[in-house]
Write a protein that binds this ligand. Structure first.
Ligand code: ZN
Ligand code: ZN
Ligand code: ZN
Length: 551
């Protein structure tokens, strides 16, 4: 098996070289492109887990594909919604408008969720009034790879997005997708969609839900894939830096999901375990077959986002055996997916890329235990102090509407009504924020606009993440490694390397094996895929083609 794959990879490489000596054929396209996002995957997981990977998953695409070693987000906030939007639009929150998972929306005067849409109803859930189905891509302000591919093929290209998370399915699929599907753990544990896409689920999806393997996965629970001594790249299983399941006191293998189900939201347990990734591959195979993805010469796009890695990372942290195990098992699931793609579309006929929507921070309490200068911070005192400073200067407020995604949203109407200059109020808030000992830096949006394109990674990341109208007036950056989170597990969202450095691998049709160690950005993925498959750029694409891929 290994040898066959190796020879196939070699032949693929030779084929590409020969093709380059022939005249360029700008009409050549693969029948299927698969975009893979691994939620919260840090770039170093490839190194740390490499020796425990099998041959057909991560190693297959790294060894047989093109690997970008220094791939970064290039903006903050580094959250799931913005991450998925950026990969598929080739640009950043400054343009696509997905400035967080949730944010303060000035038009409606409240918080909004990146995929929420009360004008649509659920499809495939127990009731059309299930709010988990009130979702669409309408807050995404630009086009995606799939939108442009569809338009360029007279609507013939099929574009499907799927994930355990709604936003991981919807934002990659774009505005004109055939469908997006996400997992709803309540009730039966099913993949659902919304009336934005369908009146009812396609037959293949409804059939999948009827025969769903969720109960088998619940019965299997979660134990280590390998013997415990294989996990020596991680902390001991029982450690104080991970969060036990609700109703339990120790985060240790094995986990019996039937015992845990009642106190841990039933089928939602699958989302936060390796079974969620397996279930998504099951569903992807059903979609490839049911939709005939890659079955004709018109290029189709399948966007798959593995969310379970993010839930596991949040609960157990970067250095837990559980986190190592979810990646070792994902590796085997990727191998199953790739083998199925070979069978359905033919080895060498499909193209894929794999990246992540953000990475994640070392658990600060673990970092402290080995002497790292990291800690926890809570913005509450800072926001209270900022409001008090404004009240003292301008009279009773509130002057601050919300602090979210490490941004202050000021009450522009109140400020205007008081005859004040919003930039001056923002500067006052900024000065208060800078007095918080846990804050590395605070800047106003006017500061950022005046700083020309900068080499300072933190400032340039804030610029790329700041939307001209939607974002807040003051942006705050805590110290490196400091997170606003509980004492166990971890999170992400910062402009620092531990949140921005993610894997990026291209593989398959058209991809010459190789690697680059130069800095590449998440916004480069869509332009590179566009160039590779000869399809139009998303309309606000701001990244560069990773040209080493084409040398
Ligand atoms: Zn995420
Ligand atoms: Zn553990
Ligand atoms: Zn997360």
């Amino acid at each position: 098996m290994q040898r066959t794959l190796f020879i196939a990879a070699l032949l693929g490489a030779m084929g590409t070289t020969q093709a380059q000596e022939e005249p360029l054929n700008l009409g050549a396209r693969p029948p299927l492109v698969v975009g893979i996002t691994v939620d919260q995957m840090r770039a170093d997981y490839l190194y740390r887990f490499w020796n425990d990977f099998g041959e057909g998953g991560f190693k297959r695409i790294v060894e047989g594909g093109f690997y970008c070693a220094d791939h970064h987000f290039g903006y903050a906030p580094t959250y799931t919604g913005p991450g998925h939007a950026s990969i598929y639009t080739g640009t950043t929150p400054a343009y696509h408008g997905i400035i967080g998972n949730d944010w303060y929306d000035r038009a409606s005067g409240g918080s909004v969720y990146c995929a929420s849409d009360t004008s649509v109803r659920a499809v495939g859930a127990a009731s059309p009034d299930e709010p988990a189905g009130f979702m669409s891509p309408h807050r995404l302000q630009v086009t995606t790879l799939g939108d442009e591919l569809k338009l360029a093929t007279g609507g013939q290209a099929k574009v499907i997005g799927m994930s355990m998370k709604d936003r991981g399915a919807i934002l990659p699929a774009g505005h004109s997708a055939d469908g997006a599907f996400w997992f709803h753990g309540k009730d039966e544990g099913a993949f659902i969609s919304s009336t934005y896409y369908y009146d009812e689920l396609p037959d293949w999806a409804a059939r999948f839900n009827r025969k769903s393997p969720v109960n088998d996965y619940m019965k299997d629970g979660w134990k280590r894939l390998l013997n415990e001594d294989a996990y020596d790249e991680s902390q001991p299983d029982n450690n104080p830096y991970e969060s036990p399941y609700r109703g339990t006191t120790r985060a240790t293998f094995p986990y019996d999901f039937r015992d845990l189900a009642e106190t841990n939201r039933g089928y939602d347990l699958l989302k936060g375990s390796p079974a969620g990734n397996a279930l998504l591959v099951d569903f992807a195979l059903a979609a490839i077959d049911g939709e005939g993805l890659g079955a004709d010469a018109i290029t189709d796009l399948l966007a798959i986002s593995f969310s379970s890695t993010d839930y596991v990372g949040h609960q157990f942290g970067v250095h837990a055996q559980e986190t190592q195990d979810v990646y070792l098992r994902l590796d085997r699931e990727l191998a199953r997916l790739f083998t199925a793609l070979d069978e359905a579309v033919g080895a060498g006929n499909w193209t894929c890329w794999l990246s992540a929507d953000h990475a994640g921070a070392t658990v600060p309490s673990l970092g402290q235990s080995v002497g790292m200068p990291v800690d926890y911070w809570k913005p509450g005192n800072m926001t209270d102090a900022a409001e008090a400073a404004c009240a003292a200067a301008y009279g009773e407020g509130p002057w601050i509407l919300q602090y979210s995604n490490d941004q202050f949203f000021l009450d522009r109407e109140r400020i205007a009504a008081a005859g004040l200059d919003v930039a001056e109020v923002a500067a006052r808030v900024r000065r208060v924020a800078m007095q918080d000992p846990d804050v590395y830096r605070a800047v106003t949006r006017w500061d950022l606009a005046q700083i020309a394109s900068t080499e300072d990674p933190v400032l340039s990341h804030l610029q790329w993440g700041l939307h001209p109208t939607s974002s807040g007036e003051v942006v705050v950056v805590p110290k490196p490694g400091w997170i606003n989170y509980g004492r166990s597990g971890t999170t992400h969202g910062s402009p620092y390397a531990y949140d921005t450095h993610v894997p990026c691998i291209f593989y398959g049709w058209g991809v010459k094996p190789g690697a680059t160690y130069e800095r590449t950005h998440i916004r480069d993925i869509a332009p590179t895929v566009s160039a590779l498959i000869h399809s139009p750029l998303p309309n606000a694409a701001a990244g560069h083609v990773i040209d080493d891929l084409f040398d």
